[in-house]
Structure formats: structure tokens, C-alpha cells
Write a protein that binds this ligand. Sequence first.
Ligand SMILES: N#Cc1c(N)ncnc1-c1cnn(CCN2CCOCC2)c1
Length: 295
Amino acid sequence: MTAADLDLPLIASGKVRELYDLDDRLLLVASDRISTYDVVHPNGIPDKGKVLTGISVFWFDKTAHIIPNHYISATDGVPDKVRGRAMVVKKLTMLPVECVVRGYITGSGWKDYQATGRVSGIQLPPGLRESEKLPAPIFTPSTKADEGHDEPIDLERAAEILGDRELAGRLRDVSIALYSHAAGLAAERGVILADTKFEFGIDEADPARPLVLGDEVLTPDSSRYWPVEGYEPGHGQPSFDKQYVRDWASSTGWDKAPPAPEIPADVVAGTRARYVEAYELITGEPFDGWLSRTS
Ligand SMILES: N#Cc1c(N)ncnc1-c1cnn(CCN2CCOCC2)c1
């Protein structure tokens, strides 16, 4: 699968998203590409990009009272070719720290905890089980690696990288406030928000140079969502959206190294259904509503 191939300057691209230049603004495009075990499959999931964009727009609206964000529009200025899976955003000076908040101990955090009893330098109580809820959400930043995995850092290192101890503290406080608010709303809908990653920037176009929430926000690609039903500490939890395709990938005997296998039609259809279900559970709205708003 290729990038959206728009007649616009491409200024950044990742495994599943691209960023195009609109002069004083940017166009953030989410593709239908899907990666498992950090490898992108050759065929995508129809409407995945639209689901993730719709979820970001939902959360930008629900969190704007906590911190301003870069979202401008999902219609005005969006080319027809990517309508529904793209948003016009403010051009920010992005901060070189990924702001991860964990409400539950899992993934790389679980591995660090098993080895050291700490996550990103934060001492945790002994005896926690995998996937257990933490006594309070923790801020576990990482550096943005160009290739490979991001490196976990502690708050002091984040302050050194930013060159600003107060800004590092603000990123911690705002990230935890955003996570806590979102986790509360998700819980009302029967969904556990286990952890998430935020990216922030500075809006230099504003003389006040405010801190602004950027990137995608609280999507299944930047977060771990688990169904409350069936939640059980002591082992890994099924990913709300990707478990179906992960289980298939594991069943094929694939060694998790590139190239990733082509996803069969039935697994594509099942995965699309999980993404649409995630949209409707998280937002409380029918996915068709997003499609009609942005068509
Ligand atoms: N969002 C945003 C944003 C902004 N509003 N202003 C300036 N730069 C960025 C920006 C540039 N790179 N990234 C990392 C996220 N990328 C998204 C595309 O895909 C690759 C990863 C964010």
C-alpha cells in the first residue's frame, strides 16, 4: 500500500500516517494500513483511517477544556480523496518527547517492572500482576526514535532534552489530566483505557507561544483499549481492535519479520468490524454519522 499520493508536499510519514504541507497549516492523513508486531501488512483495513481520524476528532473536542489542540477541520481544506481520514491542523513546533501515560502495567512497562520494580525511573509497589491497574496513572516519557523503538526516559532526562524543567513538569501534569479524563469517559462506556501516548508542540503563531496537543489523540493506534468484560489481571489482555488480526498472524506461523503476510478477506472484514465497533463504543455515536459528516 502506498501513501495517499496527494499533490501536496509530503513533510513526514510513518508506518500508517502522512503529514502534508498546506503552507500555514498541515494535513494529517491516516491511511488504512495496519501493522502488527511493528510490520506493515501489504493490504489494509477499509475505513481504518476514517475510524482513527473520527476518534481523534472526538477526543480533541472532549479534551479542549484541559489544553488547546491543533485540530482545525476534517472538511474545510481536506481533499476529497482523503475526506474522513484526514484533518487540517495548526503547524506547531513539536516537542521531542513522547508523553506516555500508563494507568495499567503492561507491554514494555511490564517488562521494565519485572526487571527493576520501576518504570521510567518510577518506583512501583511490589507484587503487581501483569495488566493490573496502577495505584495512580504514571507519566513514562520516551524519546522519539527515527528508527526502531522509542527509548524510555525519566522526567529528569525529559527536562534535559527539553531544556526546561518546568515544561517537563507541565507535560507530565497535562498528560496525566488528559489520560484521567479520557479513562473516566471510556470506563462509562465499558472500555478500559490502559495507556496512551500524546505528542505536544508550541504554537509559534500565537504570541503567547501556548503548549498545544498535537498528533492523533487517544486512538487505538496510540493507546491500549481493553474491553472491561473479560478483564483479568495476571496476563496480557486482548487488544480491542488488533487482537483479531494478531491472532490470525500468529496462526500463520509468520516469524514477525518483514515482509508481513497478506491479510485474508475474512480477517480484513473482521478487523474492520472491530475498528467500527471501537469507534461506536468510544464515541457513543454510529460510525455512519462520521462518514456522513465528512462525505
Ligand atoms: N501532528 C502534528 C504536527 C503539527 N501539528 N505541526 C508540526 N509538526 C507536526 C508533526 C510532525 N511529525 N509529527 C509526528 C507524527 N507524525 C504524523 C504523520 O506521520 C508520521 C508521524 C507531528
